[in-house]
Write a protein that binds this ligand. Structure first.
Ligand code: SF4
Length: 323
């Protein structure tokens, strides 16, 4: 893994306009991503975890400019992608791809596997007709599908096979960076490991860099080099995988880790139950956004938002307990 960051995200924000009611004259906004900064090195996998609705997928889409950012910068291989003009951005899309959570909903049911996997080559006008078909055959072989499936349709496959097709399509333009948005969450537990192993093998083979989004800490542990924990639009902790799982600092990370089921539940030392639901991003708590659920909350926490601080060796945490 190279030490140079391939991707640098600086103070990225994404706000959505909330629907206006007749009683409210002023437009209000929902801050789905609230000033996120992070770096991902070339060849690295950064896991991004947090509860559903915390803004993980919006962050992934904003990084890829599938949805425009409200503020901040995304620097990919030295280029500020927010400033790229249409054709430059189109070319950049070959290098930055996405694997989606639900392979069935992202594959057009009227297209066969050949057409689906070939589509990015058609869009970017890469290769001749024959070369495109050869490339599809090669990619299907690489993801463990085989060319005999090329004329079949998505409904004829299992969830795991459809995700392999989705992976083949995402990788057919030889991207360097892939946002994997809950790629195994919709799959049966029995096929998750094989898809994760495939993704690991593809990373090694093609030198890929992943942002791996999941709500499941045990899945992220399997694939990540570092892990970022997200809560209500912001990163609350980020560090190496082993450090996070053995020495979590933020109360939210500790609660998430203690919720992972163990084979022998009696061995669990100090279960920390996370009280209540994730607050609404329409009306986020003041100060530390986690304070409504935190067992260590003080008056300061309700007023002042903590910022990410480096606790040594790149272990960053946003919590007043560590000031
Ligand atoms: Fe809890 Fe305060 Fe730390 Fe927020 S800043 S996580 S409320 S102790």
């Amino acid at each position: 893994m190279s030490e140079t960051p391939l991707l640098e995200v600086k103070d990225l924000k994404k706000y959505f306009a909330a629907s206006k009611s007749i009683f409210k004259k002023k437009q209000t906004f929902v801050s789905a991503v609230n000033g996120v900064s992070l770096q991902i090195k070339k060849g690295e996998t950064l896991g991004l975890v947090g509860e559903s609705g915390c803004g993980k997928s919006t962050l992934g889409r904003t990084i890829l400019r599938l949805t425009p950012a409200t503020g901040g910068e995304v620097i990919f291989d030295g280029k500020n992608i927010g400033k790229l003009k249409n054709e430059d951005m189109r070319q950049m899309r070959k290098r930055m791809q996405m694997i989606f959570q639900d392979p069935y909903s992202c594959l057009n049911p009227r297209m066969n596997i050949l057409e689906l996997v070939r589509a990015p080559l058609d869009v970017f006008n890469i290769g001749t007709k024959e070369e495109r078909v050869d490339k599809v055959k090669e990619m299907l072989e690489i993801v463990g599908m085989g060319e005999q499936h090329m004329m079949r349709y998505p409904h004829e496959f299992s969830g795991g096979q459809r995700q392999r097709v989705g992976i083949a399509r995402a990788l057919i333009t030889n991207p360097e960076f892939v946002v994997c948005d809950e790629p195994v969450s919709a799959l049966d537990v029995s096929v998750r490991a094989s898809v994760l192993n495939l993704m690991n093998q593809l990373q090694e083979r093609f030198g890929l860099t992943y942002l791996f989004i999941s709500h499941d800490l045990s899945v992220v542990k399997h694939i990540s080099d570092r892990v970022a924990v997200m809560y209500l639009g912001g990163i609350v902790e980020i560090t190496g995988k082993d450090e996070l799982y053995h020495n979590p600092l933020h109360p939210y990370t500790k609660a998430l880790l203690s919720a992972i089921p163990l084979p022998d539940p009696e061995k669990k030392a100090d279960p920390q139950v996370l009280e209540g639901d994730l607050p609404s991003p329409y009306n986020p708590p003041t100060g530390c956004r986690f304070h409504t659920r935190c067992p260590h909350c003080t008056e300061r926490c309700m007023k002042e938002a903590p910022v990410l601080k480096d606790m040594g060796s790149g272990h960053q945490v946003a919590c007043h307990l560590y000031d």
